[in-house]
Design a binder for this molecule. Structure first.
Ligand code: 6A9
Length: 837
């Protein structure tokens, strides 16, 4: 309990979180709560990398590659996650942020399966200790066509594990070892490093000898460099270069190669696995490369022991913890996600669900560094005049962007190989399954995002923090603009939490999943999983501190994304509620999240966007809910104003955006004759007020929207809801990103609303229940089939074939499939439900 109240204290700091702001980020108080979250594979952009949630600290990572030929190793050393490296699937099979788990990497080119297990052991004053077990198991001998004959034990693999110290002025040193284990050629036993850093205190890292055979070389070079030995190179690099560990490794390998070339005739060179062996140069430095050459299977451990834990971690501890983590994971998963028929019988569905969820939660990362923003606040950015998008483009070209921050962010990510960084509206979706598993973890991430909010209430849509993150993004996409929004989905988590607290207060134990309570029971002693759901007082305190930030973001939306309705007969509207996404171009409204979804053409400053209006309605409702639960003076004072806004939104949604002719909601614009006009591109946008739950079940508009949603020649496909109606002239055109493909996040929203309609009395109950059951199965079956076939989750799904497409290994909101599997099938056969069908 103590640690939780301290964590809550961390939220109190106002304004943007700047590095060095002790109260918000680095205070001892915040650190204590961090304990069970301190360490993790928080570098999701690499196949396996460990770091703590501390800005400049110890980081570790793994690289490997096949060393059978000279060119194999040059071109196929694996480090950062990349698409199209011939991986036959990789990722976490089981992962729990507070304990650890196991990842498998099926590396077909290098003909090896790599397993990385990671476990944490609490203890001491610095976030405890951790262990990693790295295993390599050669795959079948494909070249010889005998896949079935078991592993190809002749595969030669170079493995490099590295440790780097990002903190200036802090070193790590190889500890003196007894002469027996060590000579100038390398190490024969365990290798021990010792170091210290501000956040971690003193620590020790052991890379164990482990097991595995080494390749042979009968070349004379063997006198100088023994393949039996592990070599260590201790280097000193510029701190900002440390993330480029692979380049630094290759620089050292080149030295080794040059040495061989200088010594031997190229026609009589040693074999590649010998040539690429690093010279053994152990010592002190901020980068230590530990290299081994293996033939066949191998295994070794990395044991990080925090000195204050008082006890060194051993391989036996790691073995025990890996087993315990796996047992706990399975038990906890069953209570957090009760898979429902027909997905509750076949164990491959369970494996699929474990995998999807573990990749989401195992993809959580910690990012630190500067972002880039254009804070020029140029007049053209007000986007007030006709032709505004051209003026804005001009202004963007003329203004110099600046470094912003540094900031830190703890967040899940959409995709490890392609988008390994925070995206604002993706995050609300990521946290939905994560909050079923560990609400406190979700709340910690929400807190991290709200600490990024600037004094105006703006949070940048895409968080590209630091050199490493920026290296993946073309320059023109790096700049964030403080007048650009993105859907406020973090409010989903606020809602989920408010509901939990309400149920806890009523003693009803919560609806749906009881993940937290159950999980806490299963996890038992030893994990410091604070629980703000059970401890209502702490939960309320968290919300009391978050509320002003939520309100501030809401005010930012209202003051920057307002719609211009002066050309409308304003008296007709109870308030001025009308909204427009800023930052649109002719082709894109990236800020809406639905990038190329068709919008009015040409863009017009009088344009109104129905999806944004719906999001504002959702935000208003959410603020009211928090306020009601808290019942503080401030929230009571806000309530009257918020209710007026809520009524205004409800009314203006219908007055400004509903088309009776089309039977759906539409964007609006001002046409050539200065008249207001609805622009209806039937698809996701047409459904938005329904998707975020703003419509009463008895509202006849619901019926019209279900017509659109359920029509097989419009949105309803065998693989989920299409983003645009199949009948739309723009269906599947141009970039075709949000113009036909099936997206799981929007489908999930639809499913939740269909379920709710299907469970309550109302004129559309039967229809909604039927659509719900079919949509649910279509979605799960589609994501499952592609996973079965390719080993991956995908960014979107083809509405015709159901195949996953665009970004591979998109483990972000596609993981919502886990929640979908845990949603109950509705009994449409019962009573009147059947009659209406
Ligand atoms: C640009 C590319 C090598 C696009 O999932 C993240 C976002 C969503 O928020 C959004 O709704 N994705 C969706 O329409 C991916 C955006 C990636 C932008 C990266 C640079 C690098 O090129």
């Amino acid at each position: 309990a103590l640690s939780v109240s301290l964590a809550v204290a961390g939220l109190a700091g106002g304004g943007a979180a700047q590095a060095g702001d002790e109260s918000v980020l680095f205070g001892e108080a915040a650190r204590m709560n961090n304990d069970s979250l301190l360490w993790g594979p928080y570098r999701p952009n690499v196949y396996f990398g460990v770091r703590p949630r501390i800005p400049q600290s110890l980081v570790a990572g793994l690289m490997w590659g096949r060393a059978d030929t000279y060119t194999d190793l040059q071109n196929h050393v694996r480090y950062t996650c990349e698409q199209n490296e011939g991986m036959e699937g990789y990722g976490w099979d089981e992962y729990d942020t507070r304990r650890g788990g196991t990842q498998t990497i099926h590396d077909t080119f290098n003909n090896i399966d790599i397993t990385t297990s990671f476990v944490k052991v609490p203890g001491g004053a610095h976030g405890g200790s951790w262990g990693a077990r790295i295993k390599g198991m050669p795959r079948g001998n494909a070249a010889a066509g005998d896949d079935q004959d078991g592993p190809d034990t002749s595969v030669k693999t170079m493995v490099v594990f590295y440790l780097a110290q990002e903190e200036e002025g802090q070193q790590i040193s190889v500890r003196d070892v007894s002469g027996a284990d060590w000579d100038e050629q390398g190490f024969a036993g365990d290798i021990t490093f010792a170091g210290a850093s501000t956040g971690l205190g003193d620590f020790k890292v052991v890379v164990t000898q482990g097991e595995g055979a080494h390749p042979q070389s009968d070349h004379a070079y063997a006198e100088e460099r023994s393949l039996e030995k592990t070599t260590v190179q201790s280097l000193t690099a510029l701190a900002e270069h440390l993330w480029q560990a692979k380049q630094l490794l290759f620089r050292q390998i080149k030295e080794a190669v040059d040495y061989v070339i200088s010594k031997y005739d190229p026609n009589a060179a040693p074999p590649p696995w010998h040539v690429y062996q690093l010279a053994n140069q152990p010592g002190s430095g901020n980068l230590h490369l530990v290299q081994r050459m293996y033939e066949g299977p191998f295994e070794f451990d990395v044991l990080f022991s925090s000195a204050s834990a008082g006890k060194d971690l051993t391989s036996a501890d790691v073995t025990r913890e890996i087993r315990a983590a796996s047992e706990t994971f399975g038990a906890r998963f069953k209570t957090a996600f009760r898979l429902q028929a027909p997905y509750n019988v076949d164990s491959t569905y369970r494996e699929f669900a474990h995998n999807m969820f573990s990749n989401l939660i195992g993809g959580i990362g910690y990012f630190y560094g500067h972002g880039i923003a254009d804070r020029s606040y140029a007049p053209a950015y007000d986007e007030e005049d006709e032709g505004f998008w051209e003026d804005a483009a001009q202004a963007r070209a003329e203004h110099k962007e600046q470094l912003d921050g540094p900031y830190e962010l703890f967040t899940a990510i959409p995709s490890r190989p392609f988008f390994p960084r925070g995206f604002l509206w993706d995050e609300g979706f990521h946290l939905l399954p994560i909050s079923d598993w560990d609400m406190d973890l979700s709340l910690d991430i929400v807190k991290s995002w709200f600490n990024l909010m600037d004094d105006d209430g703006w949070i940048a849509r895409e968080q590209i923090l630091g050199y490493e993150a920026r290296s993946k993004v073309p320059a023109e996409f790096q700049i964030q603009y403080p007048h650009y929004a993105n859907p406020p989905t973090l409010f989903f988590i606020v809602d989920a939490f408010v509901n939990k607290l309400r149920h806890a207060a009523n003693g009803t134990g919560g609806s749906g999943n009881d993940g937290d309570t159950a999980a806490a029971a299963v996890a038992g002693a030893g994990t410091s999983s604070s629980n703000m759901v059970d401890n209502t007082e702490l939960g309320l305190e968290y919300l009391r501190q978050l509320y002003p930030k939520l309100r501030k973001q809401f005010d930012w939306f209202r003051s920057t994304q307002f719609g211009d309705i002066k050309s409308y007969e304003r008296e007709a509207f109870s308030t001025r509620e009308a909204y427009r996404w800023r930052g649109r171009t002719e082709a894109h409204v990236l800020t809406s999240g639905l990038d190329d979804y068709p919008r009015p053409q040409p863009p017009h400053p009088g344009e109104l966007h129905v999806d944004l209006m719906a999001w504002m309605g959702m935000m208003t409702r959410s603020l009211l809910n928090v306020g009601e639960l808290l019942g503080t003076d401030a929230t009571t004072e806000d309530a009257a104003e918020l209710r007026t806004i809520q009524e205004g939104i409800a009314r203006n949604l219908d007055d400004l955006h509903w088309s009776e002719a089309e039977g759906c909601y539409c964007d609006a614009t001002v046409n050539d004759y200065e008249e207001n006009e609805l622009v209806c591109h039937r698809g996701y946008i047409s459904l938005f007020p329904l998707l975020v739950g703003l419509l009463e079940p008895s509202n006849p508009k619901v019926g019209r929207l279900l017509d659109l949603l359920g029509a097989e020649d419009e949105l309803f496909s065998p693989h989920g809801l299409r983003s645009l109606s199949k009948k739309s002239p723009l269906y599947g055109t141009a970039e075709n990103y949000w113009r036909s493909p099936v997206w799981i996040n929007i489908n999930y929203l639809a499913l939740v609303q269909l379920q709710s309609l299907g469970q309550q009395e109302g004129p559309f109950q039967a229809r909604a229940a039927g659509l719900y059951n079919r949509l649910r199965r279509n979605l799960v079956d589609t994501v499952y089939a592609s996973w079965k076939e390719t080993g991956f989750a995908w960014e979107q799904y083809n509405p015709e074939t159901g195949k996953g497409q665009r970004t591979q290994h998109f483990t972000g909101w596609t993981s919502l499939v886990v929640k979908i599997m845990a949603m109950p099938e509705l009994d449409v056969k019962a009573g009147h439900v059947r009659d209406e069908l």
